[in-house]
Design a protein around this ligand. Structure first.
Ligand SMILES: O=C(O)CCC(=O)C(=O)O
Ligand SMILES: [Fe+2]
Length: 300
């Protein structure tokens, strides 16, 4: 059976109240599924939200194509899945934006950026983990998408944890790491922060290296930013070597699936069990996405 046939044969049609049917088709990759048959701009019934949540927990990333959402509708959608964060750290002009709307864009007007992250590659990371209560969900909506570049990649950290050598699992058991707030996902030092010389003193939240997802009960690796972490209680060189080993393992191709954006895509991912990164975009190509993150639990 070729990949297309295999994928389709695993597609599931979900029936919900009021004859709303939607289908969930796994990407066939390491994680992720495409959902069809849902208009996310409508106010969603509790039953439908519960079914979507079930699919999201099972697949870690859901992709809905062909959506049309105002900022207000995107915030309302996020609210159906939890408590949206107000954007706290930001390096672009936010005048006129709803408090929950974060703008991801490379577009410049009069030398000023309209949004975060620019055109460069965004290194592997998890959203908002520099805070005590990192994001559970991120909802990202594509408004303007260039013909090429800017794919968002996701790595399945359940699978990465489960396949670690037993010896490595023992070494990280009960360990906690610093999720440094001084760095952006683009790998640059955040405005208003300074990079510290001594990694053991980095500012930001401290979280377990292995977390248990509160909704699925499954264990997953949990690290913030590639190359800026520190595992507490270890000499810096040992922490660096262990982090290097973990990041190399986590980002192996077999755990990774990549989303190629189209205008109107709404992608919703679960930061509690994956990391993500983004490829670079040509600076001449306009890319504009709107983002809302939903507050998660304190990782345990
Ligand atoms: O630009 C992207 O595709 C993803 C950016 C990102 O890391 C995010 O929105 O959290
Ligand atoms: Fe991100």
């Amino acid at each position: 059976m070729d990949r297309t046939t295999a994928t389709h044969s695993r597609s599931r049609i979900m029936m919900v109240e009021q004859h709303q049917a939607f289908s969930v088709t796994p990407t066939g990759g390491a994680l992720g599924a495409v959902v069809t048959g849902v208009d996310l701009s409508a106010s969603l019934e509790a039953e439908l939200v519960a079914r979507l949540r079930e699919a999201w927990l099972a697949h870690q990333v859901l992709v809905f194509r062909g959506q049309s959402l105002t900022d207000g509708q995107l915030v309302a959608l996020a609210r159906a899945f939890g408590d949206p964060h107000a954007v706290e750290v930001c390096e672009y002009d936010r005048s006129g934006l709803l408090p929950e709307i974060d703008v991801i864009s490379n577009i410049m007007v009069d030398g000023r950026a309209l949004g975060a992250l620019g055109s460069g590659e965004a290194a592997w990371h998890t959203d908002m983990s520099m805070f005590e209560y990192p994001a559970a969900a991120t909802l990202l909506f594509g408004k303007e998408i260039p013909p090429a570049g800017g794919n968002t990649r996701f790595a399945n950290l359940y699978a990465a944890y489960e396949t670690l050598p037993e010896e490595t699992k023992r070494r990280i058991e009960g360990r906690r790491s610093i999720h440094d707030i001084a760095y952006t996902a683009a790998g640059t030092v955040r405005a208003g922060f300074e990079a510290v010389e001594d990694k053991t003193q980095g500012p930001g939240a401290v979280h377990p290296v292995v977390r248990t997802h509160v909704e699925t009960g499954r264990r997953a690796l949990f690290l913030g930013r590639q190359s800026y972490g520190y595992i507490q209680g270890l000499p810096v060189e040992e922490s660096d070597a262990l982090l290097e080993e973990l990041w190399t393992h986590m980002t192996k191709p077999e755990f990774v699936w990549e989303h190629a954006w189209q205008q109107g895509d709404l992608v919703m991912w679960d930061n509690r069990c994956l990391i993500h990164g983004r490829g670079s975009v040509s600076s001449g190509a306009r890319r504009m996405l709107r983002r809302v993150t939903v507050r998660g639990e304190k990782p345990v």
